[in-house]
Design a protein around this ligand. Structure first.
Ligand code: SF4
Length: 371
């Protein structure tokens, strides 16, 4: 289902027009959605649908598939029909695949402005087909494939160049009265990327798809994306996000969801509040935190679980959480809503926390169902 409305948003959201990517609303105050892109050959329908199923299970709301060949275009109707989440066809060069993707029932089509120019005269037809099918277009500007004219004008892919490129491409569609558009202006440098989106946000009301392109391997890419999206979303800018990692796409979804939860833009599910450990620790906090995280993975209810290494700050933090443990003397004091409910030997801490968490979760679900 759709993510919950934030309790206390980090910022007023920028006012953007709303588009519909299949059943998922993007912009116009809709919750920020999380998307990813498949890594399979799109023409391999089975593998692509399998990956889409995994992405769906991990919380992905919109999925993009590359469409570089006719075989890929031929696979789109089945993929679009069988996918549980809306499918966006990603097309760089060939206008004929844009038409194919629209005909195939894709929820949206991504085109690259650096290349779209070659089919200027076809923009009218694309706009018409997209309008007839109610298919929005994502204009995806990428530093690596910036329009040559703008590269010459600015010397390199500056924020101004990225924003101008996107707005110019949007204007080609606007000429045909087509505004069912969302925009991205990606760069691998978060500083350039943030500035490009800021400029773009100030100059149009299109919903924005945030992304740091070629962000890198998981660790670096996670940080780059978190910093860049955090900077923008904390100013209300951004309607849908894609974390790009040189890692399996499911990892991108986990990071994306965590970024939104950290910003309070999505209800927190399971949150582990664990201490960094210090010289006072009486238990291996890293190991305990990891075991508790693994034991509770996939829990659907919002639960704050405190894992504290000693009884100095432990009880205080544990009291703030739904559930917690403070360790000392080879034992763990288990807290539920601030009360010590049990003291168990260290070897039983993990299983006791998991038991208690399940019990609280069941209670929350019951309360939710009856309320
Ligand atoms: Fe150190 Fe205890 Fe604080 Fe953990 S809870 S950081 S062990 S003082």
């Amino acid at each position: 289902g759709l993510p919950e409305v934030p309790v206390r948003p980090i910022a007023e959201r920028r006012v953007s027009r709303r588009i519909q990517v299949g059943p998922v609303a993007v912009g116009g105050g809709a919750p920020v959605s999380v998307q990813s892109m498949t890594t399979t050959r799109t023409s391999d329908i089975g593998a692509t649908l399998q990956q889409i199923a995994e992405l769906t299970a991990s919380g992905c709301q919109i999925v993009r598939v590359a469409c570089p060949t006719q075989d890929d275009a031929d696979a789109l109707p089945v993929i679009a029909r069988k996918s549980q989440i809306p499918v966006i066809a990603d097309i760089h060069f060939q206008p004929k695949y844009v038409f194919a993707a629209i005909e195939a029932g894709c929820a949206a089509v991504r085109v690259n402005p650096g290349n779209i120019k070659q089919f200027d005269d076809q923009v009218r037809e694309i706009a018409k087909a997209a309008r007839d099918h109610g298919t929005p277009i994502r204009i995806g500007v990428n530093a690596g494939s910036l329009d040559r004219r703008l590269l010459q004008k600015y010397g390199r892919a500056t924020p101004e160049a990225l924003a101008e490129s996107a707005l110019w491409e949007a204007s080609l569609f606007e000429e045909h009265d087509f505004r069912d558009i969302k925009i991205s202006v990606k760069h691998n440098d978060p500083v350039v990327m943030v500035e490009a989106y800021r400029q773009l946000a100030a100059q149009c009301d299109y919903p924005l798809h945030l992304g740091v392109t070629e962000a890198g391997p998981a660790f670096q890419g996670t940080i780059k994306s978190a910093v860049a999206f955090g900077a923008l979303l904390s100013q209300g800018i951004g309607d849908t996000i894609r974390v790009s990692l040189s890692a399996p796409p499911v990892e991108e979804i986990k990071v994306g969801i965590q970024i939104l939860q950290s910003l309070g833009l999505r209800e927190r599910r399971l949150e582990i509040v664990s201490c960094p450990s210090c010289g006072r620790a009486q238990v291996d906090v890293y190991k305990l935190a990891e075991e508790v995280t693994a034991g509770l993975e996939g829990m659907e209810v919002p639960l704050r679980v405190a894992v504290m290494g000693c009884v100095v700050n432990g009880p205080g933090e544990a009291r703030e959480a739904d559930l917690g443990v403070a360790s000392g003397n080879g034992k763990g004091q288990i807290f539920v809503k601030g009360e010590v409910v049990k003291t168990v030997p260290e070897s039983k801490i993990v299983e006791t926390l998991i038991e208690e968490a399940m019990r609280i979760a069941e209670q929350m679900e019951k309360d939710g169902a009856s309320g």
